[in-house]
Design a protein around this ligand. Structure first.
Ligand SMILES: [Zn+2]
Length: 133
């Protein structure tokens, strides 16, 4: 029998006895218990989210101004935008665009592993492409 079931059983017994004042206090107790259970559920969800964020942060690898995460097989998952992650911990997957990597969130266009920087006209073309997505 769970916590709330015990309170309900006590409330039912007190109601049968006919002690209205005590019955009302038990109903208040039940309401407080339900609020605490809901608060507990929210804290658990927040804790789970915080643990996931810590797990991501601890596993991120930085390479050529992009982040990667190892997947279950040990392969690299990504790349992800380092600007978006560093600014707001949003893990945004970069899209391949004409030999470069573009962030659909912030619009940053990154060079590929070759070290060749994208030209200004390509950056402009990417921003136009991104706004049409
Ligand atoms: Zn970004």
């Amino acid at each position: 029998m769970g916590f709330l079931d015990n309170i309900k059983a006590v409330a039912k017994t007190v109601q049968q006895i006919g002690n209205i004042e005590l019955y009302q206090k038990i109903l208040d107790l039940k309401s407080d218990a339900m609020d605490m259970l809901e608060e507990n559920r929210k804290f658990r969800a927040e804790l789970e989210e915080a643990n996931q964020r810590l797990n991501i942060r601890d596993n991120l690898r930085f390479s050529f101004n992009m982040y990667y995460l190892p997947d279950k097989d040990g392969k690299r998952n990504g790349p992800f935008c380092s600007s978006c992650y560093d600014a707001s911990q949003n893990l945004i997957r970069l899209h391949s665009y004409k030999g470069f990597w573009g962030c659909p969130q912030c619009g940053r266009l990154l060079n590929n592993d070759s070290g060749i920087e994208p030209s200004a006209s390509l950056v402009h073309a990417y921003h136009s492409y991104r706004s049409s997505m």
